[in-house]
Design a protein around this ligand. Sequence first.
Ligand SMILES: [Mg+2]
Length: 270
Amino acid sequence: MEMNEIVPKLKLYLLDMDGTLYLGDRLYPFTIEFLQAIRESGGHYLFMTNNSSKSVSAYIQKLAKFGIAATKEDFMTSSQATAYYLKKHHWGKTLYLCGTESFKQELEEQGFTVSSDISKTECIVMGFDTELTFQKLHDVSYLLLTQPDLPYIASNPDLVCPTEFGSVPDCGSVCHMIYNATGKKPIVIGKPEPLMPQLAMDKMGVKPEETCVIGDRIYTDVKSGLAAGTWTALVMSGETTPEILAQSSEKPHLVLQDAGLLIPYIKEKT
Ligand SMILES: [Mg+2]
């Protein structure tokens, strides 16, 4: 497929952030024009990220430093998606959270009761918990072993999270520890699962054929889009090398040097 065949159909752009719009603390030169072009064409975009430890306000601050004005409504984070999923499927239940204080606040803002009292637990939620304690691992294991039918949800499957010095364990690694103890695997919300794109389309009222996931990773971004039936564009401005692309069995609909190459095709729509 070519850009001129796909872009005219698009109403919703689901954008990965790091490696797609910026790299670390460096904004790509095309990003502001790219976002403006989408809005001027009458389209919508959502920033789609697996990170559940940083609250949306931290992202809003980061984007503001780059000169990009954003509000909460412009995001689909794995913690927001988890809250949305919980509202749809487990509304009113008391949650046991293995996650950060900011994730807890996000769930409480959505109307959920979050309690560390395991006698009240009706659903277990795992996030990227930078405030993890052994007590939480103990509690989650206890709950899953004594109440095997308890709903068990994880915000994202990432095994590690990049830092300045390398990586630290992320939500997926903690879920592996729990699996080793209990044999239980959670329902996973974040990329590469299709739930985030599906919830985003649901929220914005658009169809898969009107939606494109754009990101720099095949095994998370592209995979989530393919699983949700959307168009997918892989950008080579981040993690993926031509070798990785050549070896991948998952093929994106578009491969672009960077997201800026879409700008003229988006502008053609206006
Ligand atoms: Mg990325």
